[in-house]
Design a protein. Structure first.
Length: 622
């Protein structure tokens, strides 16, 4: 979703802001803009619709905007269509027709999030003489700050605080005040915002990659806090306007991790980084030969007390939950529910005593997952979050956190974060099984060894690339693709199908193979591609029969199975093999050919692989 950046320091701000915005492109956007000011001069605003390169061209890479202090924004439309007038930055005064040029306004700002009561606030401001040039909630919130700033003749922090008390919704806001040259002001509630400091320079951004080139020293500003940023300094304030101490944290990700490193796209780079992401994640929780989740603060007593689990997540993280459900139920004998966060938050979920709610999220900022976490917490149920982004909101609010070590993931379609989440959930399953007395020492060692072998097996699964590339090119014009499987294979299908549809724009569906004949089989026509996932030995024959039923109706079949299951070739037209692993953990190897298939299909079609249309990496609104 929207990305915000800010800079105040000793270098020209605009090129740094544009570069920061390019690092946030993955979040999804439809327009972009900058506001830069030179000393006491008025801020100059430039906005462009479409790709960031339009803004880069308009400003000659930022050269037309001199000044050492500024803010920037990539907008993903929520209120108001994508247009230049609706693009940020927004101003407290009346903007010119195009929205670009020097602005007389006292307050200029950018915003990520949604102001829920913006209509009521707009009416209030109209009543007080304000006029609106855009359809955005952001313009309302900036004018509200301006209103308090003038009405009470107070400083920026007090004006921001009054605004925070008055608005409902989520926001990360970065503002410049005409009377305070060289300073940036910011505030946040439920939308991501980090502040980085270096010698004589201060940065703000929605996400780490935007500032990683300049500094690794960051502050995570808390909910309902505001900050005043001057070159090389950041001061934080609570809602009363009192200064508060926020700890400085060092980011361990390196800058190269957020670059393409010779690959054509981030997605293919991240696909290749999976063995490393899985290895790093496992190494962080397997110590002295045993799984150790104590860094999360979960005690053996807590794990022993768990009688059922509810896994809540969105998108691919939900698919991790679907796979984990099979693994945990099978290894631990504990009931597991898997809920879409967007549904969970509006239900009255009946969670018994001794439940554990597990929220899985790469970004740690997904609005629905955060709301679900809060729902669980308010019901007094212990919560565990499995998160990739350190310091993110969900990580901070959950009772317990397990961090995946996938590093920065830039491509919108997740791959390495998914794989890291999967192994973290496997480890949780093994640990729970052990604490519940379901595993003897030999079985415990067996599963732990099986986990440790996964990175190498994933590496081997990546070797199949060329064949899959050829197959993808051949089927790039498919209209529909069906992914079918049973049990854990169905969970793998869900993720394979999502990868395919989100980046290739081919309609695809994941179906539990046994359900096909209850309706979906009527969609099979001559040449329809059906992909059968066949890793679970006990279920292979049954799924192969379902594939045969499709073939009899004209389908073209791809089979995905473990080495040695040659009989699949008798039915499938094209078979892909992956290294064998323990049946519980097949998802980790079997997903790789499906990710590659989606990737090469998208490449064959010449699509924007890393930034598919209409999608955002981090969905911070409902
Ligand atoms: C978006 C991303 C998906 C991701 C989902 C949940 O839709 O495109 O890749 O799985 O959000 O995100 P989270 O950050 O909570 O894992």
């Amino acid at each position: 979703m929207c990305g915000i950046v800010g800079y105040t320091g000793k270098q020209p701000a605009a090129p740094i802001l544009l570069e920061g915005l390019s690092k946030l492109e993955y979040r999804g956007y439809d327009s972009a803009g900058l506001a830069v000011r030179s000393g006491d001069a008025l801020a100059e605003v430039v906005k462009a619709t479409g790709k960031l390169k339009n803004l880069i061209e308009m400003t000659d890479g930022g050269k037309t905007l001199p000044g050492l202090c500024g803010i920037g924004h990539t907008r993903w439309a929520t209120h108001g269509e994508p247009s230049r007038a609706n693009a940020h930055p927004h101003v407290s005064g009346n903007a010119t027709g195009s929205g670009s040029g020097p602005v007389e306004s006292d307050v200029v700002g950018v915003h990520n999030g949604i102001i829920e009561n913006y209509e009521e606030l707009r009416q209030k401001l109209l009543h007080n003489g304000y006029r609106f040039y855009s359809g955005t909630d952001t313009e309302v919130v900036i004018k509200l700050v301006d209103y308090y700033y003038k009405k009470y003749k107070i400083g920026p922090i007090d004006a921001i605080n009054r605004m925070m008390v008055r608005v409902r919704g989520s926001y990360a806001l970065a503002l410049m005040f005409k009377d305070y040259p060289g300073e940036l002001y910011c505030a946040r509630k439920d939308s991501p915002l980090i502040i980085g400091v270096a010698d004589g320079e201060t940065f703000l951004a929605s996400d780490v990659p935007a500032i990683l080139k300049y500094t690794r020293e960051v502050y995570y500003i808390d909910n309902l806090q505001s900050a005043r940023l001057c070159p090389g300094e950041a001061h934080f304030f609570d809602l009363n306007g009192d200064e508060v101490a926020v700890p400085l944290t060092t980011i361990t990700w390196n800058a190269e991790a957020a670059e393409k490193g010779g690959y054509e796209h981030f997605m293919i780079k991240e696909i290749h980084e999976q063995p490393r992401a899985v290895k790093d994640t496992l190494n962080s929780i397997i110590k002295d030969g045993r799984i150790d989740l104590s860094a999360s603060g979960m005690t053996t007593d807590l794990l022993q007390s768990v009688k059922n689990l509810c896994i809540v997540a969105c998108g691919s993280a939900w698919h991790v939950g679907m796979a984990a459900q099979y693994v945990i139920e099978d290894l631990c004998g504990l009931p597991v529910r898997v809920e879409l966060a967007s549904e969970f938050r509006y239900r009255k979920p009946v969670l018994g005593e001794n439940s554990l709610v597990v929220v899985i999220s790469q970004s740690g900022e997904t609005a629905d997952s955060l709301a679900a976490l809060r729902e669980a917490k308010s019901a007094g149920i212990p919560t565990l979050a499995v998160i990739n982004v350190v310091g993110s909101t969900i990580a901070r609010e959950a009772d317990h956190v397990l961090y995946t070590l996938a590093g920065p993931e830039i491509a919108v379609a997740t791959t390495k974060a998914y794989s890291a989440q999967l192994v973290m959930l496997y480890a949780l399953a093994v640990e729970l099984a052990e604490t519940h007395g379901k595993l003897d020492e030999e079985s415990y060692r067996f599963y732990q060894d099986a986990l440790l072998k996964l990175p190498e097996q994933m590496e081997r699964a990546l070797e199949n690339k060329e064949r899959i590339q050829w197959f993808a090119a051949k089927h790039a014009n498919a209209r529909d693709i069906f992914f079918i499987g049973r049990g854990l294979d169905y969970a793998i299908c869900l993720e394979g199908s999502l990868k395919m549809k989100e980046i290739s724009y081919i309609h695809s569906e994941a179906y539990a193979a046994g359900e096909l004949k209850h309706g979906t089989i009527s969609l099979i026509e001559n040449g329809t591609l059906v992909i059968g996932v066949l890793t679970q030995k006990a279920l292979i024959e049954k799924t192969v029969s379902n594939m045969a039923e499709c073939k009899a109706r004209g389908a073209y079949l791809m089979g995905l199975t473990g080495y040695g299951n040659y009989n699949v070739e008798e039915t499938a037209n094209f078979t892909v093999y992956v290294p064998n692993t323990d049946p519980h953990f097949y998802g980790s190897v079997a997903i790789i050919p499906l990710q590659l298939l989606a990737y090469y299909t998208s490449v064959s079609k010449g699509l924007d692989v890393d930034k598919p249309r209409n999608l955002a990496k981090s969905v911070t609104v409902e």
